[in-house]
Write a protein that binds this ligand. Structure first.
Ligand code: PMT
Length: 409
């Protein structure tokens, strides 16, 4: 997938800006991957980055001296920083620290990297990496929302163990994943106006549901909520009023979105209907199909060799929304499929009386559940659209573009 989706990098001038974090060592590998994809790479480093890796390493891998300061008369004599900003077809910042995101969001130009980013007209991609509490801090999330609204592409961070021995969202995405997720430059521009959903209310469901077996255990699934949260964020950026009904996930609330946290399918149903009336419903949640008939009041003891669970069907929220709710302009479902994608998705489109269904290929190497990437195709009665695989954030934007089109159809 990396090779296929990175072919648009061939011959591109990529300016890689490296921020000051331990993940800076991964940026060395990123230079290699970008060059493997056919890009010409130049590197600019913050003062912090130089504490973690040396400019010489980047020079050896990129074939160009790494730029380290605004005040280097020799470097300025060969290619000044304004020329370097013009040279770039795209800028990739990896790792993007909390400090760099803040500088970018507020237009600072007090060092080489921030000045280059302010002086360029090229699209900018950031791959954040930081402590998980810094990532989840409202200030960082507000800066990200500002950057996304300016069409800055955000890749990652990943959830997992962090350098300081803690765990959470904050790991730099792997270099291969960053290269695979870089949006084609033309696609980095929004295709619908920022206010395309102004005046409309959108309800989005996201994440898994947990069905309790007893006070300790539950039945759940691998949904991280990333796809649904990206869709909610994208709808909000197009001017919609957005209510996001989320199962248990570890994601920050997108700026300007009203979030309702739930646990079970029954609670999700209640919260979705409480959010109506609305104009658009987008069901991205992986809702449990079955729930225990009667959860045990006390912890189930392992007294027998085997254990049979008595499960009953959960309410199908999407079908109920499509069947009962008055005034909805568009009902959009998701389908997680491993095979016969078109057949199963079209079957659900008809059976659940939907306007649009988005089928994700799950079970592929990189996509579907948990990943930052996805591969998806949307189906409606008389058409379909295959999206270029890549970052869920970009795909969410493209899905909202399609929803805007279908509203007008
Ligand atoms: O959260 P991520 O890690 O980012 O992963 C994203 C995703 C793969 C979970 C997401 O993109 C996705 O495909 N969500 C729907 C997954 C799913 O449960 O598909 P389904 O075929 O079982 O359900 C079809 C549709 O009916 C879905 O819109 C679902 O929300 C809805 N449904 C299902 C069961 C139920 N009881 N009520 C429902 O509303």
């Amino acid at each position: 997938m990396a090779k296929e989706s990175a072919s648009h990098l061939k011959g591109q001038h990529v300016l890689l800006c490296v921020g000051g974090g331990i993940a800076a060592y991964k940026s060395l590998e990123l230079v290699r991957r970008l060059r493997d994809a056919g890009a010409e790479v130049q590197v600019a480093m913050t003062a912090g980055a130089q504490q973690f890796v040396t400019p010489l390493s980047f020079q050896a891998l990129s074939g160009h001296p790494a730029r380290t300061t605004l005040w280097d008369s020799a470097a300025e004599a060969s290619m000044g920083h304004i020329e370097l900003a013009r040279w770039a077809d795209r800028i990739v910042i990896a790792p993007a620290t909390a400090d760099l995101l803040a500088k970018l969001a507020h237009g600072f130009a007090d060092d080489l990297v921030s000045t280059l980013c302010l002086a360029t007209t090229a699209p900018i991609t950031v791959a954040p990496a930081m402590n998980h509490r810094m990532w989840l801090h409202p200030a960082t999330q507000a800066n990200l929302a500002t950057l996304r609204a300016r069409n800055v592409q955000v890749i990652g961070p990943e959830d997992g163990p962090l350098a300081e021995g803690e765990s959470g969202p904050g790991r730099l995405s792997e270099p291969e994943a960053i290269v695979a997720s870089l949006a084609p430059v033309a696609e980095a521009l929004p295709t619908t106006t920022p206010g395309a959903l102004h005046g409309l209310k959108v309800v989005v469901s996201a994440g898994p549901t947990y069905e309790d077996l007893d006070p300790v255990r539950y039945l759940g699934n691998r949904s991280s909520g990333k796809m649904g949260f990206a869709v909610a964020d994208s709808a909000r950026r197009r001017g919609a009023e957005v209510v996001l009904v989320s199962g248990p996930v570890h994601l920050p609330t997108p700026a300007g979105v009203t979030r309702v946290d739930v646990r079970s399918a029954a609670q999700m149903r209640e919260a979705v209907f409480a959010a109506f009336p609305a104009d658009i419903y987008i069901g991205a949640a992986a809702v449990a199909d079955y729930t225990p008939r009667a959860p045990a009041t006390n912890k189930i003891k392992k007294s027998n060799e085997s254990l049979a669970l008595d499960l009953v069907r959960t309410p199908d929220i999407l079908s109920e929304v499509a069947a009962q709710t008055q005034g909805l302009k568009l009902v959009v479902g998701f389908a997680a499929e491993t095979e016969n994608v078109a057949g199963y998705a079209r079957g659900k489109l008809v059976a659940k009386h939907l306007d649009l269904i988005v089928a994700n290929r799950v079970g592929v190497a990189d996509g579907g559940f948990e990943s930052d990437q996805n591969a998806m195709t949307a189906y409606w009665q008389e058409g379909e659209r295959v999206f270029t695989p890549g970052a869920k954030t970009r795909l969410a934007d493209e899905l909202i573009d399609l929803i805007v089109e279908r509203l007008d159809a």
